[in-house]
Design a protein around this ligand. Structure first.
Ligand SMILES: C[S@@+](CC[C@H](N)C(=O)[O-])C[C@H]1O[C@@H](n2cnc3c(N)ncnc32)[C@H](O)[C@@H]1O
Length: 414
């Protein structure tokens, strides 16, 4: 097999279909199909031999005959070129619950039935501007009102399975009512109350202590480099590194809080993935480290060319860090398909079953802003141990990296 991806010309007579059940891409000549049925509420869904697909890039749901599309499975080495030719972005609208007519209802998504935790994004406003921030596109959207946030906490607390809440954003510490909301959450009996922060405001020990006294039990601190220039360049904010380190040093002395530091691996900081551990050991020996693969939406989507790490880079760097860490600090990965977690020697954290445990509340749902996470599987994924518990790879990754299938193959044999 050559290294050049196959080029398949786009024509108006071809459909690019993503099957819903096995999430495979097919490039199908329309003349090969006897029928293409657009899904319509109340309309007939044809018989057992049909399969539901998303037609890309329109996102329209169609039903086609399974046997008729089978010969047109897209080869792995053609995926990137075809996604580019069809201008597939991999974005889709956020899907909320059925509208209730209640304008003050919190904008919810995710698992409304038996979630185990609430992710509460208070708004997109932030005093950093990270080059890969997945919430960049809600930066100027209306934030949640105080009442919406309170109602979200009430609703989550009324679901017996919910154990914890995480306050996020944007930057949640920009909200004056954050300490009140944390206090309110602690009256609702959540076992854990988390805060995701860039550390700017929490660099002030009095402010941080106030939040902890109000009930914060867990902090996820963003720190995206081992060196000031790297982190401040990524956050696009001077002095961000110094402030975050100050917050980390305070957290290191506070036994009431479980601290984790999030390092989103990107092209700008990949070289510092291992050295980062030395910094954390030095400043906060008990803090855990999370290495995140970027979710490709918002700024990560806008800056995909300059920012996304390849899967090979992610696996090489993070597995070296895992080896260097040995038992300390504790290291995990986030947002990476389970085969990638296994390749770096860590348990999977981004399985469908784990993702299903989240109830989300976010301005994304009440705005028209698109989200990412439309994913597809490759031929190389066939037979994978995790197949029923994995969505595949985000389409913008597959578009950005024509060799993604080789990187997955390497990951699977490690
Ligand atoms: C959107 S931020 C909001 C909280 C806060 N402003 C901060 O900087 O930590 C929430 C978490 O997502 C991480 N993050 C940002 N963009 C990401 C992306 N594209 N993929 C994965 N994680 C991302 C951040 O590092 C942070 O830990």
């Amino acid at each position: 097999m050559g290294t050049e991806p196959a080029v398949i010309p786009r024509t108006t007579t071809e459909l690019l279909l993503l099957t819903h059940t096995d999430r495979r891409l097919h490039l199908v000549p329309v003349h090969a199909l006897r029928s293409v049925v657009l899904f319509a509420a109340g309309g007939d869904v044809p018989g057992r031999t049909t399969v539901a697909c998303t037609a890309l890039p329109s996102g329209q749901v169609v039903h086609v005959n399974r046997d008729e599309i089978r010969p047109y499975l897209l080869p792995d080495d053609a995926v990137s070129a075809v996604l580019t030719q069809f201008a597939v972005t991999g974005l889709r609208p956020a899907v909320g619950p059925m509208p209730t007519g209640d304008l003050h209802a919190p904008p919810m998504f995710g698992n409304l039935a038996d979630p185990t935790w609430l992710s509460l994004s208070l708004g997109g406003q932030c005093d950093s501007a990270c080059v890969f921030c997945f919430t960049e596109w809600i930066r100027h959207e209306p934030r949640l009102t105080h009442d919406q946030a309170v109602r979200a906490l009430d609703e989550a607390a009324s679901i017996a399975t919910v154990e914890g809440v995480v306050f996020s954003g944007g930057e949640p510490t920009l909200r004056k009512d954050l300490p009140d909301l944390v206090r309110y959450a602690s009256t609702k009996g959540f076992a854990s109350i988390g805060l995701q922060t860039n550390g700017h405001r929490t660099a002030d020990p009095r402010y941080l202590n106030g939040l902890v006294e109000s009930g914060v039990t867990h902090v996820l601190l963003s720190l995206h480099g081992a060196r000031q220039e790297t982190h401040d360049g990524i956050a696009r904010r001077r002095n961000s590194f110094a402030l975050a380190l100050r917050a980390l040093a305070t957290l290191a002395t506070d036994d009431r809080v479980v601290t984790e530091v999030n390092f989103v691996v990107c092209a700008q900081n990949a070289d510092e993935t291992e050295d980062f551990l030395d910094l954390i050991r030095h400043v906060a020996p008990k803090a855990a480290v999370r290495y995140s693969l970027p979710i490709v939406e918002g700024a990560a989507h806008d800056n995909a060319e300059s920012t996304l790490p390849s899967l090979r880079t992610f696996v090489d760097r993070v597995s070296a860090a895992v080896m260097r860490a040995a038992d300390s600090p504790r290291v995990s990965v986030a947002n990476a398909p389970p085969c990638i977690s296994s390749a770096v020697g860590l348990p999977p954290t981004y399985t469908l079953s784990l993702r299903r445990s989240m109830l989300g509340v976010s301005p994304f749902v009440s705005s028209a802003i698109l989200r990412g996470e439309v994913a597809a599987k490759l031929q190389v994924c066939v037979g994978c141990h995790f197949t029923d518990n994995c969505d595949g790879l985000q389409l913008p990754y597959l578009r950005r990296f024509p060799q993604a299938h080789r990187h997955v193959a390497e990951a699977r044999v490690r």
